[in-house]
Unconditional design. Structure first.
Length: 82
């Protein structure tokens, strides 16, 4: 019997390539989680929501957004540690 496996297929299924792909996906997931947890994407998320929910209205500037967010946290500390 002749092996009909395409060499390109063999290269994509190499265990090291699979490990690198999985490690890359895990790294991107950790980066997404940390940036979301730290609030790095909060303004972009707000703008996307505002444009969907309130078309035609200008969203707050980034400076206004962070000022309001900090003021809200000061008024309602909730489970914040500091």
């Amino acid at each position: 019997m002749v092996d009909t496996m395409n060499p390109a297929d063999a290269a994509t299924t190499h265990p090291l390539r699979t490990l690198v792909r999985v490690a890359g996906r895990v790294g991107r997931g950790i980066r997404w989680y940390m940036t979301t947890l730290m609030g790095d994407t909060a303004y972009a998320t707000y703008v996307a929501h505002h444009r969907r929910a309130h078309p035609g209205e200008e969203p707050m500037t980034e400076r206004q957004f962070w000022r309001q967010k900090m003021d809200d946290q000061d008024r309602n500390p909730g489970a914040r540690c500091c």
